[in-house]
Design a protein around this ligand. Structure first.
Ligand SMILES: C[S@@+](CC[C@H](N)C(=O)[O-])C[C@H]1O[C@@H](n2cnc3c(N)ncnc32)[C@H](O)[C@@H]1O
Length: 377
């Protein structure tokens, strides 16, 4: 039996994503999106409801509790998608939705779209254009978020693809924008630029867009010359690759090398694959959507480069990086090296020493520190 919505929402967890008392699996914005979309979902048939940007399943499973079936859902973060599946399995609701990529298959003929507003306006533009291109003409998009993460620029971006935009009253520091009358639909096109000698491609929401982050620049400036590895069995690894700028840089600098790049974000992986194609290195760079390096064998890698994340959804947290350090330590062979750049204020050196081994500072500027950690035997 499907539990009442609020009872269901209370059971949701973030696992396997990081969990902490101040990091929640469902919030007031999720509840407002569910409430404001309810009337539109009453007459929706099987497959009419689409959810985009759900964090841990609150919107998808909340809509199931209200009676929706055949929901199509897209969660950008793999750990978020896994949390949705774990939450659904716990409540026996796995058969009521299907996780799909952010493409036409997700939104074709959609009638009601529940959208958790992304932080990036470019990501919102890609999503709005995609919905406008493929949903039914009378589609209703209920897009919500926390007031502190919303701006009037979001209204402007939605207005590029929707003729009518209504704005709800604020409730518990949250608000929804209701968009109708789609027009000028288009499938997402990646932003393109040439930086640090490589072509970069970025769909909306990929870290730093088609630019070189200043921390990443410091890392590239100090990566070792002619490092060990780079073979098919021991590829250079770009962990948490974003647009794949580090992987593409390594593949062009070492034209014989094999490289492996992974990120848990769907938009990052899609961008990184485009980046490799744009540089003609796609045959030597494998790009995977993965949580850390879970698909890589233990004790196999000589070199891992990492610019770690500090955002879990909209929340800033220092719980993410140590998780990646631990998996990098597992994947490195004894003597293998983790090259890492981090915001100096975060003081990650003890965590690197503990997880990986001896850690030396290689460079430091006003904001960032680059370290190399050598895997202890
Ligand atoms: C600071 S960005 C760095 C991106 C890229 N390496 C660069 O330097 O431009 C951190 C990246 O970590 C990714 N990320 C977050 N959690 C992750 C996880 N558990 N596994 C893999 N990647 C993750 C994010 O999606 C984001 O692309």
């Amino acid at each position: 039996m499907i539990p009442p919505r609020e009872q269901l929402l209370e059971t949701l967890r973030r696992w396997p994503d990081v969990e902490a008392p101040d990091l929640v699996a469902v919030d007031a914005a999720d509840r407002l999106i569910l409430d404001e979309s309810r009337a539109h979902r009453v007459s929706a048939g099987r497959g009419d409801v689409v959810v985009i940007g759900d964090a841990y399943g609150a919107l998808t499973l909340g809509a199931v509790a209200d009676g929706a079936t055949g929901i199509r859902t897209h969660v950008d973060a793999l750990t978020g998608e896994q949390a949705l599946d774990a939450n659904a399995a716990r409540t026996g609701l796995g058969e009521y939705y299907e996780a799909l990529p952010l493409d036409a298959s997700l939104v074709s003929d959609a009638r009601v779209v529940l959208l958790r507003l992304p932080r990036s306006l470019d990501a919102l533009r890609d999503i709005a254009g995609l919905i406008a291109a493929h949903a039914v003409p009378d589609v209703v998009v209920i897009a919500g978020g926390r007031l502190k993460h919303m701006s009037v620029s979001m209204n402007a971006v939605l207005s590029e693809h929707f003729g009518r935009l209504d704005v709800s009253h604020a409730r518990q520091k949250s608000r929804v924008l209701i968009a109708r009358e789609p027009h000028d639909g288009r499938d997402p096109v990646p932003a393109a630029a040439r930086v640090a000698g490589v072509e970069v491609r970025a769909f909306g929401g990929a870290f730093a867009g088609a630019k070189l982050d200043i921390g990443t620049r410091l890392l590239l400036d100090h990566l070792p010359a002619a490092p060990a590895g780079g073979t098919p069995d021991d590829p250079y690894i770009d962990l948490a690759c974003g647009t794949g700028i580090v992987a593409a840089w390594m593949a062009t600098r070492y034209p014989e090398a094999s490289v492996y790049a992974s990120d848990q974000s769907a938009v990052a992986v899609r961008s990184a694959r485009e980046t490799m194609l744009a540089n003609g290195v796609e045959s030597r760079v494998e790009v995977a959507r993965d949580d850390a390096l879970s698909a890589r064998p233990s004790g196999s890698a000589s070199l891992i480069a990492l610019n770690p994340p500090f955002h879990s959804g909209a929340a800033v947290t220092d719980l993410l990086a140590p998780r990646l350090f631990a998996d990098a330590a597992r994947v490195l062979r004894p003597g293998g090296q983790l090259w890492c750049v981090w915001n100096s204020a975060l003081r990650y050196r003890p965590a690197l020493e503990k997880a990986v081994g001896a850690t030396e500072q290689v460079a430091r500027n006003a904001k960032f520190t680059v370290t190399v950690s050598t895997r202890r035997p």
